[in-house]
Design a protein around this ligand. Structure first.
Ligand code: BES
Ligand code: ZN
Length: 464
């Protein structure tokens, strides 16, 4: 928790000025230790038990929870039963996506070639075992391929100008049985074909040096090559969003607004994802528990999303499948993603457009009340607030910046989790949500502005 002495003294002095008629808890005798929390803040703060958050992270982060796997499904069942144990009705929203397993091995042998070749793969290349003549195919552009007979052959293509996916499709469309793309600069390619398709020939990548040596070899005469990609699988997989709903306490006094508090429960391959994002999932669970029995006039939905790591698939599915009038009811999305690392920086809020909105305003007010300092905001995508923002809903990602060195690694484990950071985020978000949802506050209808999709808000793997 960030509560330095100076801020506490400042907070105490603010007690009598800044907060109008609201009751504040700082008794004169305790003024230096106390903060100008409002009574309603304490309804949340006093109930948060950070050990619950920590223990649920510990439980969830025993193994990676890759979307579509049994481990993710087990996490979904655990989250559902936790919500139910607090008294919630839970909906499981199932969805499918095209999953991909990268090859377990790749092999390239070229007749008469002396040098060493260490091919790497492209995301979405299929498996295959092909032998054919190796043919120079320039940059793999359609007009270049028009004059080359690639039928049953292996195309050797240089990186540049068009995407890897376009090169492979152009070559495949003119009959190539396999594709090799070599780099146009030093370093590994680390590329993707961009999307799963059935009409790709198997494709592998080489370094610039390997590719140029091979091109020189081909120019010396007719050369046969064998290209083998093993273990790559493209298939339909199933993931789930878990939704627990708190209806307004009193139907007659309810407004029509909905606040979504959420996190993603899936992780990347090989990473137990204690911070990314068991931390946000467990904090969402604890806020659901804490807020279960406080009186509210606003609906609160606690949602953990699947398949975030594969392209915000669960949150996009959720937003895309809400009817317009339901979407219009959502006034705020608090997205908790990576909220507990000891080794990360300070808390920030990221909005997709870099502008403040209802979420940042509520959390700035609550953080000021609690810590004497407003949590800053900046521009940032890369998580489940993006589909909400694109639908015109005020949304923000809560994250510590800079992120920890364990991000997306097998070292993202429970021992790197800070209870202080968890407590701080749970308090700021919990009191911000409650401030808006409690009875004596008015309903707001946020203005909807449909945003253009911005691919950079999603990911940045090489496609060209
Ligand atoms: N928790 C991260 C998002 C993140 C990491 C935001 C670091 C800001 C700084 C999230 O789970 C993630 O890894 N997202 C992907 C993008 C997604 C669209 C696949 C990423 O950033 O690579
Ligand atoms: Zn994440």
């Amino acid at each position: 928790m960030k509560k330095p002495a100076l801020k506490m003294a400042l907070a105490a002095s603010l007690t009598f000025s800044a907060f109008g008629t609201q009751a504040v808890l700082a008794k004169p005798s305790e003024a230096v230790q106390s903060q100008p929390y409002k009574v309603f803040d304490n309804k949340v703060i006093n109930e948060i038990n950070v050990d619950n958050i920590y223990n649920n992270i510990d439980y969830l982060a025993k193994v990676p929870r890759v979307a579509g796997t049994e481990a993710e499904y087990n996490a979904v069942q655990f989250i559902k039963s936790e919500f139910e144990s607090y008294g919630y009705g839970v909906d499981i929203q199932e969805f499918t996506f095209t999953g991909y397993t990268p090859p377990s091995s790749m092999e390239l042998t070229v007749d008469g070639f002396e040098g060493e070749l260490n091919p790497s793969s492209f995301t979405y290349t299929p498996s295959g075992d092909v032998t054919g003549e190796l043919v120079l195919a320039g940059l793999g552009k359609k007009e270049e391929l028009a004059d080359i007979d690639l039928t049953g052959k292996i195309a050797l293509i240089k990186r540049g100008e068009i995407t890897f996916g376009e090169k492979v499709l152009n070559a495949t469309a003119t009959g190539a049985a396999g594709v090799i793309i070599y780099n146009n600069a030093d370093g590994a390619v680390n590329g993707t074909l961009g999307e799963a398709r059935e009409d790709y020939a198997p494709a592998i990548a080489l370094t610039k040096a390997e590719g140029e040596a091979l091109a020189a070899h081909v120019q010396s005469g007719t050369v046969s090559a064998s290209l083998k990609v093993e273990g790559a699988v493209t298939e339909e997989r199933t993931s789930h969003n878990v939704i627990a709903t708190k209806k307004p306490t009193n139907k007659k006094k309810a407004n029509n607004d909905v606040i979504v508090v959420g996190a993603h429960h899936d992780s990347v391959e090989l990473a137990p994802g204690a911070n990314d994002d068991a931390s946000g999932t467990a904090t969402t669970l604890e806020l659901a528990r804490v807020l279960k029995n406080v009186p509210t006039d606003t609906e609160i939905r606690f949602i953990t999303f699947g398949a975030e790591e594969l392209g915000l698939i669960g949150s996009t599915h959720y937003v895309d499948n809400l009817p317009e009038d339901e979407l219009n009811r959502i006034i705020a999305n608090f997205n908790l993603d990576m909220v507990g690392s000891k080794d990360a920086g300070d808390l920030v809020m990221m909005t997709a457009d870099g502008e403040p909105n209802l979420v940042t305003e509520l959390a700035q007010e609550s953080s000021k009340r609690l810590n004497g300092e407003a949590t800053p905001y900046a521009q940032g995508g890369r998580s489940d607030h993006v589909p909400f923002a694109e639908a015109g809903i005020p949304a923000a990602l809560f994250i510590h910046d800079p992120v920890e060195p364990w991000y997306h690694t097998p070292e993202d484990t429970i021992d790197k989790i800070s209870k202080e950071k968890l407590q701080d985020v749970a308090e700021i978000v919990g009191t911000a949500v409650y401030d808006k949802a409690r009875f004596d506050n008015t309903g707001t209808k946020a203005k909807k502005v449909k945003k253009e999709k911005n691919i950079e808000l999603y990911h940045n793997k090489d496609v060209k």
